[in-house]
Ligand binder design. Structure first.
Ligand code: M6R
Length: 605
């Protein structure tokens, strides 16, 4: 939620900020703004509603004066999408940008009598006014005093009058990374905005005060003692965060799935079997828990649903899958015998992070499946299995989901091996099947024209239903979310057998139903459910395995996945669902990479 960039150095800052904002735009695109400390000490502020391109258009006319500045792309929380609500906010001698939510901003307005200084509806401007209230020429002191008053999450980058060659930063929960490079010092919400200048960076520790100078960065802990940052290195390059000839990031990222899965599973195999010793997890770890608690949000949570459907029947331990925003305020029945698995692409989702902390406080060990290196969730978990998907820029998660599924397959296999359920031969066969999924995905991608046929029907639909049983039901949840989020077609996933308990009342002539029947054990049952919707004149898009025998008249369009083993149909099936959502969005003329109202990284509750 919201993207932050700051730079101070020898280069002209304006284009560095605008380019950085363009890289961070997936974090929020309601409005954008920059503040530049001009060489005469004055501060130039420009802001605009809408995408960064709108801001760029007006900034292009401005001169390049200024070598220190901050920029922000907003995902609105407090106050509408208006110019006054756009960051940076300036109050008196303080100019700042903010990612997060100040929960007690009403109390602060009252306590410090700030009302008359505010022109926006934002919580952020209150923080600027509070800092201005405490500022008497010592920025660090003002920040320390202000932060003691603030409740909530924040990542601030601040310019103080009198110190316009440097940027002051502090954060709690909301992410911030920084990098000191020969070309100047940078701070940003995430590494995508920094990687052009350096592959080395550090995560700003919470409540540490950071000051960016042109040629170095100072970091101080809560007691004001100088701290050494822990330098990390990204293992992808600038091209990974670009479209590379694809019209959209989403399509590029869908195509990157075979490679992302290979990169995620191959380093974790030893003699053809899963091994997590590289991550410091020994076999004993997988023997001891009695139940698994998966916690995540959105697509990551749906990956957990598939994880449950894979692990439970093989490992025979109960797996519960919880929505993090619900779990964090619940009284969970977990303890030291529970393995909690938190799943997150960004590693910064605030609800997942809070759920992780709750699970730990109950004595549960926490294993994170995370894509972004050094992220908060990765740092706070007991163990981390990084997915190696590279940067995922499109707001809709695609490759991150399939690598999360791959890790669940590895975990299921590992648990089965250490618990004596699989012998080595069975384990290797399982891993071979996982590799077959990679070829199957490539097969789906090669024949994607057929998927465009499904879209001919979906593009004008108002509603769509996704149905399946067992594992198919788990995939259908992700399929429905994908369609909703990028095409704005209202889509719901239902367990196929549950339809007749209410939902079937909604089925009428022509309504699209995407039906999955890839599971032999329930194939006939699912086909019966499909007949029920077909009898009510639904338009049925059926997905089965290649060798399935399809009864006459049961569907209008038939798509297949080239996989034989039921347990492994998920990965290629999901690619079909992603493509259906992608092409539907394009056919409806929508911004597929930046769907309305969304942001990539959900760092507010
Ligand atoms: O970064 P995370 O994986 O924790 O994000 C969780 C959800 O916000 C995310 O999966 C969201 O549902 C995606 N936009 C779905 O495509």
């Amino acid at each position: 939620m919201c993207g932050i960039i700051g730079y101070t150095g020898p280069a002209a800052v304006k284009n560095i900020l605008l380019e950085g904002l363009a890289q961070l735009e997936y974090r929020g695109y309601d409005s954008a703004g920059i503040a530049i400390a001009k060489d005469d000490g004055s501060i130039y502020i420009e802001k605009q509603t809408g995408q960064v391109a709108n801001l760029k258009a007006i900034c292009d006319q401005a001169d390049d004066d200024g070598h220190c500045g901050i920029g922000h792309t907003r995902w609105a929380t407090h106050g509408g999408v208006t110019r006054p609500n756009t960051h940076p906010h300036q109050v008196g001698r303080v100019t700042l940008i903010h990612n997060g939510i100040i929960e007690n901003y009403h109390e602060i307005i009252e306590k410090f009598d700030l009302k008359d200084q505010l022109v926006s509806e934002t919580d952020t401007e209150v923080a600027a006014a509070l800092l201005n209230h405490f500022y008497d020429g010592d920025p660090e002191e003002a920040i320390r005093k202000a932060v003691q008053e603030l409740e909530g999450s924040f990542a601030f980058c601040i310019l103080f009058e009198g110190f316009t060659d440097r940027i002051f930063c502090i954060r709690n929960v909301s992410p911030l990374v920084a990098s000191s490079t020969p070309e100047g010092s940078l701070v940003a919400s995430d590494i995508t905005a920094v990687i052009k200048y350096s592959k080395q960076y550090f995560v700003v520790p919470e409540y540490h005060l950071m000051v960016l100078y042109q040629d170095h960065i100072d970091l101080f802990d809560e007691n004001g003692v100088k701290a050494e940052p822990e330098i990390l290195e990204v293992n992808w390059d600038v091209e990974s965060a670009q479209k590379m000839g694809f019209p959209h990031y989403m399509l590029k990222e869908i195509h990157e799935q075979p490679e992302a899965i290979i990169k995620t599973i191959t380093p974790r195999l030893k003699n053809g079997l899963p091994c997590f010793e590289g991550e410091g997890i020994d076999d004993e770890f997988f023997k001891n828990f009695t139940n698994i608690n998966v916690v995540a949000c959105g697509t990551a949570m749906y990956a957990g649903m598939v994880g449950k459907a894979i692990i439970e029947p093989i490992v025979k331990v109960p797996v519960s899958v919880n929505i993090a925003s619900e779990f964090r305020y619940s009284t969970p029945l977990i303890d030291k015998h529970t393995l909690t698995i938190v799943v997150s692409q960004s590693g910064e989702t605030i609800d997942t992070l809070a759920a992780l902390r709750l699970a730990k406080s109950c004595g549960s060990r926490v294993l994170a499946i995370v894509n972004v290196k050094g992220s908060s969730i990765a740092r706070e978990s007991d163990y981390v299995l990084y997915t190696h998907a590279g940067p995922e820029i499109a707001v809709a998660s695609t490759k991150a989901y399939s690598v999360q599924l791959s890790v669940f397959y590895l975990l299921a296999c590992k648990c089965a091996l250490v618990r004596g359920i699989f012998d080595e031969t069975k384990g290797r066969e399982f891993i071979d099947n996982l590799y077959k999924c990679i070829d199957a995905i490539s097969g789906v991608l090669e024949h994607k024209e057929i998927i465009e046929k499904a879209v001919e029907h979906l593009k004008d639909a108002e509603h769509a239903y996704y149905i399946g049983r067992g594992l198919d039901y788990a995939f259908s949840m992700e399929g429905a979310l994908k369609l909703k989020e990028v095409s704005y077609v209202h889509a719901e996933a239902y367990a196929a057998g549950e339809l007749k308990h209410g939902t079937i009342a909604l089925i009428e002539e022509g309504i699209p139903v995407v039906a999955f029947a890839t599971q032999d054990a329930v194939y006939n049952k699912t086909i019966s459910n499909i007949r029920e919707v077909k009898a009510r004149n639904a338009y049925v898009i059926l997905i089965t395995k290649e060798d399935a025998e399809i009864p006459e008249g049961v569907c209008d369009l038939h798509l297949t996945v080239p996989i034989k083993d039921d347990l492994f149909t998920g990965l290629p099936t999901v690619v079909i669902l992603q493509l259906i959502a992608y092409y539907t969005s394009i056919a409806r003329g929508l911004n597929v990479d930046k769907p309305r109202n969304l942001a990539k990284s959900v760092t507010v509750e």
